[in-house]
Design a protein around this ligand. Structure first.
Ligand code: BV8
Length: 234
Protein backbone atom coordinates (compact mmCIF):
# COMPACT_ATOMS: atom_id res chain seq x y z
CA UNK A 1 0.00 0.00 0.00
CA UNK A 2 1.60 3.29 -1.08
CA UNK A 3 2.04 5.82 1.68
CA UNK A 4 0.56 9.30 1.31
CA UNK A 5 1.91 12.86 1.53
CA UNK A 6 0.03 16.17 1.64
CA UNK A 7 2.11 19.17 0.56
CA UNK A 8 0.83 22.49 1.95
CA UNK A 9 2.25 25.39 -0.06
CA UNK A 10 2.05 29.15 0.30
CA UNK A 11 3.40 32.25 -1.44
CA UNK A 12 7.03 31.39 -0.61
CA UNK A 13 6.75 28.39 -2.95
CA UNK A 14 6.42 30.83 -5.86
CA UNK A 15 8.79 33.57 -4.59
CA UNK A 16 11.74 32.33 -6.69
CA UNK A 17 9.47 32.23 -9.73
CA UNK A 18 9.22 35.99 -9.37
CA UNK A 19 5.76 36.19 -7.77
CA UNK A 20 5.57 38.41 -4.70
CA UNK A 21 4.69 36.93 -1.31
CA UNK A 22 2.29 38.79 0.94
CA UNK A 23 4.07 39.51 4.17
CA UNK A 24 7.78 39.57 3.33
CA UNK A 25 9.62 42.84 2.80
CA UNK A 26 8.55 44.04 -0.63
CA UNK A 27 5.52 41.79 -0.40
CA UNK A 28 2.12 42.51 -1.92
CA UNK A 29 0.70 43.87 1.31
CA UNK A 30 3.40 46.57 1.31
CA UNK A 31 1.95 48.04 -1.88
CA UNK A 32 -1.67 47.35 -1.14
CA UNK A 33 -3.92 47.43 1.91
CA UNK A 34 -5.34 43.91 1.98
CA UNK A 35 -8.75 45.28 2.95
CA UNK A 36 -8.79 47.41 -0.22
CA UNK A 37 -8.15 44.52 -2.62
CA UNK A 38 -8.90 41.14 -1.03
CA UNK A 39 -12.25 41.47 0.74
CA UNK A 40 -15.89 41.44 -0.47
CA UNK A 41 -16.22 44.97 0.94
CA UNK A 42 -13.37 46.16 -1.30
CA UNK A 43 -15.09 44.52 -4.29
CA UNK A 44 -18.40 46.18 -3.41
CA UNK A 45 -16.90 49.63 -2.99
CA UNK A 46 -14.20 49.70 -5.70
CA UNK A 47 -14.47 46.77 -8.12
CA UNK A 48 -12.26 48.52 -10.70
CA UNK A 49 -9.36 48.76 -8.22
CA UNK A 50 -9.78 45.10 -7.19
CA UNK A 51 -10.00 43.98 -10.85
CA UNK A 52 -6.73 45.84 -11.59
CA UNK A 53 -5.00 44.20 -8.56
CA UNK A 54 -5.85 40.77 -9.93
CA UNK A 55 -5.27 41.77 -13.61
CA UNK A 56 -1.70 42.83 -12.73
CA UNK A 57 -0.99 39.51 -10.97
CA UNK A 58 -2.63 37.51 -13.80
CA UNK A 59 -0.49 39.33 -16.42
CA UNK A 60 2.64 38.51 -14.39
CA UNK A 61 1.59 34.86 -14.23
CA UNK A 62 1.76 34.48 -18.03
CA UNK A 63 5.58 34.50 -18.01
CA UNK A 64 6.16 32.98 -14.54
CA UNK A 65 7.72 29.53 -14.57
CA UNK A 66 7.89 26.85 -11.85
CA UNK A 67 11.17 26.85 -9.89
CA UNK A 68 13.34 23.93 -8.68
CA UNK A 69 11.10 23.67 -5.61
CA UNK A 70 7.97 22.94 -7.69
CA UNK A 71 9.90 20.45 -9.83
CA UNK A 72 11.44 18.64 -6.83
CA UNK A 73 7.91 17.73 -5.69
CA UNK A 74 7.40 15.59 -8.80
CA UNK A 75 9.80 12.96 -7.39
CA UNK A 76 7.40 12.37 -4.52
CA UNK A 77 4.77 11.14 -6.99
CA UNK A 78 6.99 8.24 -8.06
CA UNK A 79 6.79 6.73 -4.58
CA UNK A 80 3.86 8.29 -2.70
CA UNK A 81 0.24 9.25 -3.22
CA UNK A 82 0.91 12.99 -3.41
CA UNK A 83 -1.69 15.72 -2.85
CA UNK A 84 -0.72 19.39 -3.24
CA UNK A 85 -2.92 21.61 -1.06
CA UNK A 86 -1.98 25.15 -2.02
CA UNK A 87 -3.02 28.54 -0.68
CA UNK A 88 -1.59 30.03 -3.89
CA UNK A 89 -3.82 31.26 -6.66
CA UNK A 90 -1.05 30.87 -9.28
CA UNK A 91 -0.79 27.93 -11.71
CA UNK A 92 2.85 27.01 -11.09
CA UNK A 93 2.13 23.57 -9.59
CA UNK A 94 0.09 22.83 -12.75
CA UNK A 95 2.88 24.17 -14.99
CA UNK A 96 5.38 21.96 -13.09
CA UNK A 97 3.23 18.90 -13.82
CA UNK A 98 1.92 17.96 -10.36
CA UNK A 99 -1.14 15.76 -10.86
CA UNK A 100 -3.33 16.31 -7.78
CA UNK A 101 -3.74 19.97 -6.74
CA UNK A 102 -6.30 21.53 -4.40
CA UNK A 103 -6.51 25.34 -4.56
CA UNK A 104 -7.79 26.32 -1.10
CA UNK A 105 -8.09 30.01 -1.98
CA UNK A 106 -9.07 29.82 -5.64
CA UNK A 107 -7.22 30.50 -8.89
CA UNK A 108 -6.04 33.68 -10.63
CA UNK A 109 -6.78 32.19 -14.07
CA UNK A 110 -10.44 31.69 -13.27
CA UNK A 111 -13.41 34.06 -12.85
CA UNK A 112 -16.97 33.29 -11.81
CA UNK A 113 -20.44 34.69 -12.25
CA UNK A 114 -21.90 36.77 -9.43
CA UNK A 115 -25.36 35.53 -10.48
CA UNK A 116 -24.48 31.85 -10.23
CA UNK A 117 -21.20 30.84 -8.48
CA UNK A 118 -21.34 27.50 -10.28
CA UNK A 119 -20.53 29.35 -13.53
CA UNK A 120 -16.71 29.37 -13.44
CA UNK A 121 -14.64 30.34 -16.51
CA UNK A 122 -10.94 29.93 -17.43
CA UNK A 123 -9.69 33.52 -17.75
CA UNK A 124 -6.09 34.32 -18.68
CA UNK A 125 -6.52 37.95 -19.78
CA UNK A 126 -7.67 41.13 -18.07
CA UNK A 127 -11.10 41.10 -16.47
CA UNK A 128 -12.98 44.25 -17.53
CA UNK A 129 -16.13 45.87 -16.24
CA UNK A 130 -17.93 45.02 -19.49
CA UNK A 131 -17.22 41.27 -19.20
CA UNK A 132 -20.29 39.26 -18.20
CA UNK A 133 -21.25 35.61 -17.67
CA UNK A 134 -23.67 33.76 -20.00
CA UNK A 135 -26.56 35.05 -17.87
CA UNK A 136 -25.40 38.64 -18.33
CA UNK A 137 -24.18 38.89 -14.72
CA UNK A 138 -20.96 40.53 -13.52
CA UNK A 139 -17.81 38.39 -13.28
CA UNK A 140 -15.48 38.35 -10.24
CA UNK A 141 -12.09 36.77 -9.59
CA UNK A 142 -12.49 33.12 -8.56
CA UNK A 143 -10.48 33.60 -5.36
CA UNK A 144 -11.39 33.42 -1.66
CA UNK A 145 -11.23 36.89 -0.08
CA UNK A 146 -10.74 37.58 3.63
CA UNK A 147 -14.04 37.06 5.42
CA UNK A 148 -15.25 34.58 2.78
CA UNK A 149 -15.76 30.87 3.38
CA UNK A 150 -13.14 28.40 2.11
CA UNK A 151 -15.26 25.89 0.13
CA UNK A 152 -12.32 23.53 -0.60
CA UNK A 153 -11.50 23.20 3.12
CA UNK A 154 -13.53 20.01 3.57
CA UNK A 155 -11.87 18.48 0.49
CA UNK A 156 -8.45 19.32 1.98
CA UNK A 157 -9.35 17.95 5.42
CA UNK A 158 -10.46 14.64 3.82
CA UNK A 159 -6.96 14.35 2.32
CA UNK A 160 -5.16 15.23 5.57
CA UNK A 161 -7.01 12.84 7.93
CA UNK A 162 -5.24 9.73 6.59
CA UNK A 163 -1.90 11.16 5.43
CA UNK A 164 1.45 9.64 6.51
CA UNK A 165 3.54 12.73 5.76
CA UNK A 166 2.97 16.49 5.53
CA UNK A 167 5.38 18.88 3.82
CA UNK A 168 4.81 22.60 4.44
CA UNK A 169 6.52 24.95 1.98
CA UNK A 170 6.73 28.75 1.99
CA UNK A 171 3.82 29.83 4.15
CA UNK A 172 3.77 31.94 7.31
CA UNK A 173 0.96 29.73 8.63
CA UNK A 174 -1.03 32.77 9.75
CA UNK A 175 -4.17 32.59 7.62
CA UNK A 176 -6.98 30.45 8.97
CA UNK A 177 -8.51 28.00 8.49
CA UNK A 178 -5.70 26.93 6.05
CA UNK A 179 -3.11 27.29 8.84
CA UNK A 180 -5.00 24.80 11.03
CA UNK A 181 -4.91 21.94 8.50
CA UNK A 182 -1.99 20.09 10.12
CA UNK A 183 -4.10 19.52 13.25
CA UNK A 184 -6.35 17.14 11.27
CA UNK A 185 -3.44 14.75 10.56
CA UNK A 186 -3.01 11.44 12.43
CA UNK A 187 -0.65 11.47 15.43
CA UNK A 188 2.02 9.46 13.60
CA UNK A 189 2.29 11.96 10.72
CA UNK A 190 5.84 13.26 10.17
CA UNK A 191 5.89 16.96 9.22
CA UNK A 192 8.66 18.66 7.23
CA UNK A 193 8.61 22.47 6.95
CA UNK A 194 10.62 24.23 4.20
CA UNK A 195 10.92 28.00 4.78
CA UNK A 196 13.73 30.52 5.41
CA UNK A 197 11.78 31.72 8.46
CA UNK A 198 9.47 28.90 9.57
CA UNK A 199 6.66 30.09 11.87
CA UNK A 200 5.58 27.46 14.39
CA UNK A 201 1.96 28.43 14.91
CA UNK A 202 -0.22 27.08 17.71
CA UNK A 203 -1.20 23.95 15.77
CA UNK A 204 2.41 23.08 14.88
CA UNK A 205 3.47 23.56 18.51
CA UNK A 206 1.23 20.58 19.36
CA UNK A 207 3.06 18.46 16.78
CA UNK A 208 6.61 19.69 17.35
CA UNK A 209 7.93 16.19 18.19
CA UNK A 210 7.13 15.15 14.60
CA UNK A 211 8.40 18.36 12.98
CA UNK A 212 11.58 18.54 10.84
CA UNK A 213 12.66 22.02 9.72
CA UNK A 214 14.50 22.72 6.45
CA UNK A 215 15.41 26.39 6.81
CA UNK A 216 16.08 28.03 3.49
CA UNK A 217 14.61 28.75 0.05
CA UNK A 218 12.29 26.33 -1.72
CA UNK A 219 14.57 26.04 -4.77
CA UNK A 220 17.24 24.21 -2.74
CA UNK A 221 15.50 22.96 0.40
CA UNK A 222 12.47 21.16 -1.10
CA UNK A 223 14.87 18.67 -2.72
CA UNK A 224 16.47 18.02 0.70
CA UNK A 225 13.07 17.51 2.34
CA UNK A 226 12.03 15.14 -0.47
CA UNK A 227 15.28 13.14 0.00
CA UNK A 228 14.57 13.00 3.74
CA UNK A 229 11.09 11.55 3.16
CA UNK A 230 12.12 9.08 0.44
CA UNK A 231 14.92 7.84 2.74
CA UNK A 232 12.41 7.41 5.57
CA UNK A 233 10.37 5.20 3.20
CA UNK A 234 13.22 2.73 2.64
C1 BV8 B 1 -12.59 32.77 6.84
C2 BV8 B 1 -6.49 34.52 -1.96
C3 BV8 B 1 -14.60 32.63 7.96
C4 BV8 B 1 -6.62 35.89 -2.49
C5 BV8 B 1 -6.04 34.65 0.44
C6 BV8 B 1 -9.64 39.19 11.97
C7 BV8 B 1 -10.29 40.00 11.04
C8 BV8 B 1 -10.77 39.47 9.83
C9 BV8 B 1 -10.59 38.11 9.53
C10 BV8 B 1 -9.93 37.33 10.46
C11 BV8 B 1 -9.45 37.85 11.65
N1 BV8 B 1 -8.86 36.84 12.32
C12 BV8 B 1 -8.93 35.71 11.59
C13 BV8 B 1 -9.60 35.99 10.46
C14 BV8 B 1 -9.91 35.04 9.41
C15 BV8 B 1 -8.99 35.31 8.21
C16 BV8 B 1 -7.55 35.22 8.65
O1 BV8 B 1 -7.04 34.16 8.93
N2 BV8 B 1 -6.89 36.39 8.72
C17 BV8 B 1 -5.52 36.42 9.20
C18 BV8 B 1 -4.69 37.36 8.32
C19 BV8 B 1 -5.54 36.89 10.66
N3 BV8 B 1 -9.28 34.24 7.30
C20 BV8 B 1 -10.27 34.39 6.42
O2 BV8 B 1 -10.90 35.42 6.27
C21 BV8 B 1 -10.59 33.15 5.61
N4 BV8 B 1 -12.01 32.93 5.67
O3 BV8 B 1 -12.03 32.72 7.90
O4 BV8 B 1 -13.93 32.69 6.73
C22 BV8 B 1 -16.02 32.66 7.71
C23 BV8 B 1 -16.82 31.87 8.50
C24 BV8 B 1 -18.15 31.91 8.32
C25 BV8 B 1 -18.71 32.73 7.34
C26 BV8 B 1 -17.89 33.51 6.53
C27 BV8 B 1 -16.53 33.49 6.70
C28 BV8 B 1 -10.23 33.32 4.16
C29 BV8 B 1 -8.76 33.57 4.03
C30 BV8 B 1 -8.36 33.51 2.56
C31 BV8 B 1 -7.82 34.84 2.11
N5 BV8 B 1 -7.31 34.73 0.74
N6 BV8 B 1 -5.59 34.52 -0.81
C32 BV8 B 1 -5.34 36.38 -3.11
O5 BV8 B 1 -4.34 35.64 -3.22
O6 BV8 B 1 -5.35 37.55 -3.46
S1 BV8 B 1 -4.91 34.69 1.70
C33 BV8 B 1 -3.32 34.72 1.10
O7 BV8 B 1 -2.43 34.97 2.20
C34 BV8 B 1 -2.84 33.38 0.60
O8 BV8 B 1 -3.83 32.65 -0.06
C35 BV8 B 1 -2.36 32.66 1.83
O9 BV8 B 1 -3.36 31.82 2.34
C36 BV8 B 1 -2.25 33.74 2.84
C37 BV8 B 1 -1.00 33.59 3.62
O10 BV8 B 1 0.03 33.92 2.86
P1 BV8 B 1 1.29 32.95 2.78
O11 BV8 B 1 1.07 32.07 1.61
O12 BV8 B 1 1.60 32.29 4.07
O13 BV8 B 1 2.36 34.03 2.42
P2 BV8 B 1 3.09 35.03 3.43
O14 BV8 B 1 3.56 36.19 2.62
O15 BV8 B 1 2.25 35.27 4.64
O16 BV8 B 1 4.35 34.18 3.88
C38 BV8 B 1 5.31 33.84 2.89
C39 BV8 B 1 6.15 32.74 3.47
O17 BV8 B 1 7.08 32.33 2.46
C40 BV8 B 1 6.97 33.22 4.65
O18 BV8 B 1 6.93 32.23 5.67
C41 BV8 B 1 8.37 33.38 4.07
O19 BV8 B 1 9.38 33.12 5.04
C42 BV8 B 1 8.37 32.30 3.02
N7 BV8 B 1 9.33 32.50 1.93
C43 BV8 B 1 9.77 33.66 1.39
N8 BV8 B 1 10.65 33.38 0.38
C44 BV8 B 1 10.72 32.03 0.28
C45 BV8 B 1 9.88 31.46 1.26
N9 BV8 B 1 9.74 30.13 1.43
C46 BV8 B 1 10.45 29.33 0.60
N10 BV8 B 1 11.27 29.79 -0.37
C47 BV8 B 1 11.43 31.13 -0.56
N11 BV8 B 1 12.25 31.59 -1.53
Amino acid sequence: MRKKICVLTGAGMSAESGLKTFRDTGGLWEDYNVYEVATPEAWASNAAFVREFYNKRRRQLKSAQPNEGHLALLRLEENLDTVIITQNVDDLHEKAGSSKIIHLHGELNKVRSELNPELIYEWKDDLNESDTCELGGRLRPHVVWFGEQVPMLTVAIKEIVDTDFIMIIGTSMQVYPAASLTSYAPRHTAITYVDPKPQINYELQQQVEKLHLFEGPASSKVKEAVDFILTALE
